[in-house]
Each structure stands twice: as structure tokens, then as C-alpha cells.
Design a protein around this ligand. Structure first.
Ligand code: OSB
Ligand code: MG
Length: 375
């Protein structure tokens, strides 16, 4: 397969409900859509879902644009390849920058599976026809607003709710949600906001009393030792998100016993190829996995749904319906969840049509890299 043209499209969509984590608050998101075109004219789309600011990961929308435009697309355009897993050799000299890489990798997978006429999920090794979605709720202005949000998601049928926590917004919101929803699967995500003071450790250990599904990323990304120590002192599984950028990070975490659950994000790990490898390695070690999200638009969301169909994704994934985030999505049909169940598409490639007219309506900028510019 030979790619003859590649383009980047920076698209802004408003969020239907503002989202606040331990570090920042967002009303709209800017994601970069990647389009790869093959000799036959077939297209594959991927999404670079980097946050705008370097608070979740070191990348930003602008660094992703730069890396994709200057290094990744020029490496891909004109290259010959047989399978998307081979694409990584084209950018093997690029360190880090995994969000940027993830969008190009996913576009390659979407293109390849589309041309082969197989669903992306099947191409990845997926076995499920349906995946279970949970929702992720941000830090709300108050407890009543949080309880109302949880109630909304429970009414929509979602079987699992994840609550963002931060020092000062932890025990009390968790206690209140538990009191009102005693049987709901609840998990918390701190995005690395806790340190190792006695007070902070006491709060985290105290969360063990609420029957949580997991405590996600309490400490800073590189602090695997603190995660391992916490996991030794609580029954609740500790889950790693920001700590695991590569399969090698996962090997280290497994060796240290730094968690019993892994959040696999396509964006954070640099694409579907490493995400599948992480799934396989976690499975060999008996670590449960689920697919996390970055509030993806439909293109990235569709890739997440496909990945979540692999057999090791035994916990609900953050692949909730497009409508939880966006009034209108960049794909048709949009991703829907029925009582928290998302059907894995069985059509070729991504399994959704990309709405290029809507993309153009919401475009901030774009760039096209044709073959002749490269060779
Ligand atoms: O830690 O999982 C996270 C969104 C932005 C940054 C970090 C995270 C999140 C989410 C989004 O929780 C979940 C989703 O896409 O549904
Ligand atoms: Mg997380």
C-alpha cells in the first residue's frame, strides 16, 4: 500500500457540558484530524486528541501539529507498506510525541482495514460485537451538581461512573455518591494530583471503604513506586493511566506491582499498534484492562470502540455516546450507547462515515502534504 497524500485538519467542537479535572476546565476542544489517501483514492482517518495545554501530558495541540506536519506525514507519504503495524518504523527516530503519532497510526489502521474490507475491530483482533461503556464525570461546582450528573448518567443506563477527584474533592463526594447509589460501579481518577504526605495517603487509603472499582492514577506519572506502595496497602485495585506511555513502562509497572488495572488509551500510547501490544502483555500478567478516552470526536471514538472489542477489555471503557460530549459529531451515524452498550460496527474500516462537510464548518486550519513535495 502506498500513501499519495496526507492532510491535517484542526477542528474545534463545543462541549455540551464543561469538563473539569484536577488540573483544568474545558468548554470546547480542538482536535487534529488526520487523513491518509492511498493510490486507489481510498481514505483513512485518525484523530490526534491531545489536550490544548500540557497538563495531562507534555504534548499540546500545537506540538502535535508541528510533529505531524514536519516529521510524521512526510515520513508516511510515498512509503510502501503492507500492514499498519509496520508504520511505526517510519517514525522510529521520533521520541515521545505519542498523541501526534497515535492519530497517524490510527489513520493507517482505518485505511488498511477499509481497503481490505474488514471491520477495524476484526483487524485488531477484536472478538466482541458489543462493548460496555462507562462515563467519566468532571469535578462539579458542588455536591448537588455532581449528584445530579450521576443521576443523569444512571438514568441514561450507564453501568459505571468514574469521578474525577483532587485533594479537597475526594472523600465527601465519594461518600455522597455511594450513599445515593449504593450498587453503582464507581471509580475515581485523580490525574496524578496526590502527593505522599501522611494526610494525602490517609485520604487515599480511606477510599478503600467505599467499594470502588478502582483508584486511577493517584500519584504523578513517573512515581510508580508510590503506586506500588498504595496497592500493597489497599484492597481496591490501583489503576494506571498517565504512568504508562509505552509497553516498556507497563513491563516496569508489572515488575513493581504498581497496579492491578490498566487504562489503555490509544492516544497516550501512540496508537492502536502499541495499545494492542499493551492489551496482550497485561493479559499475560492477569491485569484487567479497559479503554480510556480523551473526549474524542467520533473518529477517535470509533477507534476506541474497535479496540475495546478485544477480549482482554473486561472492564467498562470510556466510550460513552457522542451525545454526552458533542451536540453533533464528525461521523455519521454518531456513536450511540443503549443502556451503556455500544455496538461494534461490522462494516469495513472505521465503520462510520466521516462528515467532511461538518469538519469544514468547524475547521480552524488545515494543511495538505502531497507525494511530490516529499520525493
Ligand atoms: O484521565 O481519563 C483521564 C479526559 C481528559 C484528560 C484525562 C482524562 C480524561 C477523561 C475522559 O477521563 C474520558 C472520556 O473521554 O470519556
Ligand atoms: Mg485517567
Amino acid at each position: 500500500m502506498r500513501i499519495v497524500e496526507a492532510s491535517l485538519h484542526l477542528v474545534r467542537l463545543p462541549l455540551v457540558h464543561a469538563f473539569q479535572t484536577s488540573s483544568h476546565r474545558k468548554n470546547h476542544l480542538d482536535h487534529i484530524l488526520v487523513r491518509l489517501v492511498e493510490e486507489s483514492g481510498a481514505e483513512g482517518w485518525g484523530e490526534i486528541a491531545s489536550p490544548s495545554d500540557p497538563y495531562y501530558c507534555p504534548e499540546t495541540t500545537e506540538t502535535c501539529w508541528h510533529i505531524a506536519e514536519r516529521y510524521l506525514l512526510p515520513a508516511v507519504v510515498g512509503a510502501d507498506w503492507e500492514h499498519p503495524a509496520e508504520l511505526s518504523r517510519l517514525w522510529s527516530k521520533v521520541r515521545g510525541n505519542r498523541f501526534a503519532i497515535a492519530g497517524v497510526d490510527a489513520a493507517g489502521w482505518a485505511l488498511w482495514s477499509g481497503v481490505r474490507g474488514v471491520p477495524l475491530a476484526k483487524a485488531l483482533g477484536g472478538t466482541r460485537s458489543e462493548v460496555v461503556a462507562g462515563v467519566s464525570l468532571g469535578i462539579e461546582p458542588g455536591y448537588d451538581a455532581l449528584l445530579a450528573q450521576v443521576q443523569r448518567q444512571v438514568d441514561a443506563g450507564y453501568p459505571r461512573v468514574k469521578l474525577k477527584i483532587a485533594p479537597g474533592w475526594d472523600t465527601e463526594p465519594v461518600r455522597l455518591v455511594r450513599e445515593s447509589f449504593p450498587d453503582l460501579a464507581v471509580h475515581v481518577d485523580a490525574n496524578g494530583a496526590y502527593g505522599e504526605t501522611d494526610e494525602e495517603l490517609a485520604v487515599l487509603r480511606g477510599l478503600d471503604d467505599y467499594g470502588l472499582l478502582m483508584i486511577e492514577q493517584p500519584f504523578a506519572p513517573r512515581n510508580l513506586v508510590a503506586h506500588a506502595a498504595l496497592q500493597r496497602s489497599v484492597r481496591t485495585p490501583v489503576c494506571l493511566d498517565e504512568s504508562i506511555d509505552t509497553v516498556d513502562d507497563l513491563r516496569t509497572a508489572l515488575e513493581l506491582g504498581a497496579g492491578r488495572v490498566l487504562n489503555i488509551k490509544v492516544s497516550r500510547m501512540g496508537g492502536l499498534t502499541p495499545a494492542v501490544a499493551a492489551h496482550d502483555l497485561a493479559g499475560e500478567h492477569g491485569v484487567d484492562v479497559w479503554c480510556g478516552g480523551m473526549h474524542e470526536f467520533g473518529i477517535g471514538r470509533a477507534a476506541n470502540v474497535a479496540l475495546s472489542s478485544l477480549p482482554g477489555f473486561t472492564l467498562p471503557s470510556d466510550v460513552s455516546a457522542s451525545a454526552k460530549y458533542y451536540a453533533r459529531d464528525v461521523i455519521q451515524p454518531e456513536v450511540v450507547a443503549d443502556h451503556g452498550i455500544v455496538t461494534v460496527p461490522d462494516g469495513p474500516g472505521l465503520g462510520f462515515a466521516v462528515d467532511t462537510a461538518f469538519i469544514h464548518q468547524n475547521l480552524l486550519k488545515e494543511t495538505v502534504i502531497p507525494a511530490r513535495q516529499v520525493r
